[in-house]
Design a protein around this ligand. Sequence first.
Ligand code: CYC
Length: 169
Amino acid sequence: MRDAVTTLIKTYDDTGRYLDRDALSSIKSYFDSGLDRIKAVAVISANASEIVKAAGSALFAQVPELIRPGGNAYTTRRYAACLRDMDYYLRYGSYALVAGDSDLLDERVLAGLRETYNSLGVPIGPTVVGIQIMKDLVKAKVAEAGVTDPSVVDAPFDYMCREFSELSV
Ligand code: CYC
């Protein structure tokens, strides 16, 4: 499980190079965005259950078939599994925000997930919609909290959506 700094060091160490201008500018941008990322994570941690609940309601309003008989989130057990999954995406997204790196998302969230979803008939399109809804809710709250650049929140959520969409092709 790597963060922005350890990923960079690994890349340079693999080829025995000193950190060059590109490396230092990428480390600098990691530190420069640090305060905003930490504030964003504080907002997520303090509002996690509210964010998951609101995102779930918005998802089911947008794709109501999911909770009708025959839908993948139909029955309380599957409804609960769906909200639990949304909570996983939010929590791991917040870790990745602190780490400034998507490595932990590959390792802890995305590895083998498509196969699991496919075998259980969990639809990936609406899952991606759910992750995007969470991102937008988080961004709105983060902006309200006075974070200078709320777009720091995008990277981990966009990464999960992109990987998920690509993996499902
Ligand atoms: C199920 N989601 C699962 C399962 C796993 C995950 C492993 C199968 C085992 C179980 O039911 O607990 C996901 N597990 C994870 C992830 C991690 C992990 C991400 C990393 C931390 O350890 N259904 C929908 C919606 C969507 C949904 C679109 C919510 C956004 O219609 C989710 N996931 C969903 C549902 C199930 C599930 C309904 C249960 C499916 C079933 O058992 O039939």
